[in-house]
Write a protein that binds this ligand. Sequence first.
Ligand code: HEM
Ligand code: HEM
Length: 306
Amino acid sequence: MATLVTTISETLRYRGKIGQWSWVLHRIGGLGTLLFLVIHVIDTSWVYFFPELYEEAIRIYQTPLFTVGEFFLVACVVFHAFNGVRIVLFDFKPEWWKHQAVAAQIVFLATFVVLVPVFILMGQHVVEFYTGRPFDLGLEAVITRVALPFGGGMAAALVGGAVLSVLVGAVTGNRGAAGPQLRQRSRFDQLMWTFMRLSGLLILPLVFGHLAIMHVIEGVFAINASGAAADFVAARWAFLFWRVYDAGLLALALIHGFNGFRHVVNDYATHPAIRRGLNWAIWLGCLGVIIVGAVALIGGVPNAMP
Ligand code: HEM
Ligand code: HEM
């Protein structure tokens, strides 16, 4: 959250050209999507761990605050995806760099062209759902059911990261952070550089397909419209194809997103021990969320109709 705030405030302070706006919106889009994804994977896993809580989670999704958030989420994903493709293209074709300002404009235009019809379709679902319903912001549920547990999880990851940082520091000695580890890290970072690009390209069709089903074709309000939300998931997970699809999205988007988050944190955290602790916390958080999501995908929906 602090990195998101620093990114926004520094951008407002510094007046740059279109490239700077692309950079900051790419960062906000990536971090915003990751924030949603972590909450989303945890609540989807409840379909296996706590089926009755899953019903409540879907009802929270349908409150006005989350409804506004979903428009923001779709905008984040679409801009980040298009701009990500631009970055990948220019990384592999550096001779095209002279066209980068035009390419950045095309990304903004393409985002706008996609978002207008998508927002109209999403808006239709929203109007249908809210017509004749009492308006309840649902703030209490968002704070007690989402913000507090999420804050607890972040605190646990930070404590775990700090403990691991101290242990690793004790074994390797603090000298390690500036010496041989630097070479090791750069090899790992080279690998992750390529992974960020390949995974981005693979995530694009997966996430656009998922969002098209969940937002445009079905709509968030369709999940529990004709019965329990768990039945909606059970019907989809009855097909191995959708489980494999979700597994691909789970692993790629989380590793991509958490590694992107690590880059952002490393831009601001310069002290070696603090940086190492935060990096460990990020990988612990990533692993924890992947495990929770994978267990639910394998376990499926208990008592689902065959
Ligand atoms: C508000 C928009 C979204 C809605 C309503 C939604 C809905 C759902 C639903 C109902 C499931 C249960 C399984 C299924 O039916 O396939 C699911 C699973 C999943 N979704 Fe989404 N989704 C949304 C956005 C996203 C986005 C943007 C991403 C990725 C960046 C994503 C990634 C996943 C993953 C990885 C799973 C599997 C979770 C697990 O294994 O626990 N979803 N989503
Ligand atoms: C939809 C397809 C996507 C594409 C094409 C894509 C592409 C990219 C690219 C090329 C980068 C730059 C990597 C670098 O500079 O080393 C990046 C960074 C990032 N991505 Fe994605 N990405 C996609 C989806 C996602 C998703 C679903 C998330 C969240 C779960 C995400 C989160 C991030 C974050 C946090 C960063 C770091 C931003 C920064 O350093 O400023 N991305 N992405």
